[in-house]
Design a protein around this ligand. Structure first.
Ligand code: C5P
Length: 329
């Protein structure tokens, strides 16, 4: 009776921020990549709407009707003309408020799971409509892979690319609020007196530069294209992230950047073995709460056999905090 969905986190390979729009959102042009760090969302028919959270760290996730996954279920039910009689169980591995779109991922997974539960096709147009309304990153969590995001991030153009890239993701002790980081970005831009970037021009340049690199799978060619306009704002709010980025670069990462609005730091490595080495090194340095390895691109929110859920979490790379590691030695 239940439906289980696996949904990936994202890294912004490039995040260009333009001007503030009339609705208060920033115009964005970004290249997303979905990576193999997953949340699992299980939807079960129930007498009324409900939520259970499990996983590595669920601190700070809203548990009431302001939870994005519950909102997704309610809005989809309204659109399909059914009762939102569902219990959602979310097993979280994606860092909370980590700049990896974990909340958006859960909302996307809830849409796919509830659609299946309520007899709608997983490509029913209501899913895309609700996703777009819910948040800037929700549509990408549905599609996954590599994609160009424009508008406020919600307009998705899939980017072909068969290359596989290997990442190390260093999770910070505490999450960072996305609006706070955008606010800091605005203050810095106002101080600098710089005009807002032209996202149209930027889009053309990104499409040209990323086209064959994503297909090549050559990390050394992807590294110089990585960039994040929000990075300086995130570093201003969390100066210690700068040391984490430097540490990773010195230890051999080909590229290092703050993921989205942060504070998770993403390190691009040559392959799976160098990712494992770097992950061990960063873990030992004590710079971060947990370190994981992942690869991308991977598909977006997908219905899976519940028996495969545990395997999905394993492929995400173990959650290992320095504290747990010491205890195990
Ligand atoms: O769309 P989402 O709910 O994820 O956005 C969270 C917050 O991030 C927004 O309320 C806004 O403050 C900021 N944001 C923005 N411009 C975007 C996306 C997000 O200013 N394109």
């Amino acid at each position: 009776m239940s439906v289980t969905v696996r949904v990936p986190a994202k890294v912004n390979l490039h995040l260009g921020v333009g001007g503030v729009r009339a609705d208060g959102f920033h115009e964005l042009v970004t290249v997303f990549q979905a990576v193999s760090l997953y949340d699992i969302v299980e939807a079960t028919p129930a007498a009324s709407l409900g939520l259970t959270l499990t996983g590595a760290d669920t601190r700070g996730i809203p548990q009431g009707t302001d939870n994005l996954a519950l909102r997704a279920a309610v809005q989809l039910a309204e659109r399909l003309g059914v009762e939102p009689a569902v219990h959602l169980r979310i097993d979280k591995q994606i860092p909370v408020a980590g700049g990896m779109a974990g909340g958006s991922a859960d909302a996307a997974a809830a849409l796919v799971a509830c659609a299946r539960l309520w007899g709608a096709d997983t490509d029913h147009p209501a899913i895309a409509e609700v996703a777009e309304r819910l948040g800037s990153d929700v549509p990408f969590a549905l599609s996954g892979g590599n994609a160009l995001g424009t508008g406020r991030g919600e307009r998705i153009t899939p980017l072909a690319g068969h290359g596989r890239f290997h990442w190390v993701l260093a999770e910070a002790e505490q999450g960072l609020s996305t609006p706070l980081v955008f606010g800091e970005f605005d203050r810095r831009a106002a101080r600098a007196g710089a005009p807002a970037a032209d996202t149209g021009q930027h889009r053309t340049a990104l499409l040209r530069s990323f086209a064959d690199v994503l297909d090549s799978g050559e990390a050394a060619r992807l590294a110089p294209l990585l960039g994040n306009d929000l990075q300086d704002a995130a570093l201003a709010l969390r100066p210690e992230l700068d040391a984490t980025l430097r540490l990773g670069r010195r230890a051999g990462a080909l590229g290092a950047l703050v993921s989205g609005s942060g504070p998770t730091c993403a390190f691009l490595t040559e392959g799976a073995a160098s990712a494992a080495d770097l992950s061990e090194f960063l873990l030992g340095s004590g710079c971060c709460r947990a370190v994981r390895t992942a690869h991308g691109p991977v598909p977006g929110a997908t219905v899976i056999d519940p028996a495969d859920a545990a395997g999905s979490l394993e492929t995400a790379g173990a959650v290992r905090s320095p504290r747990i590691r010491k205890g195990a030695q």
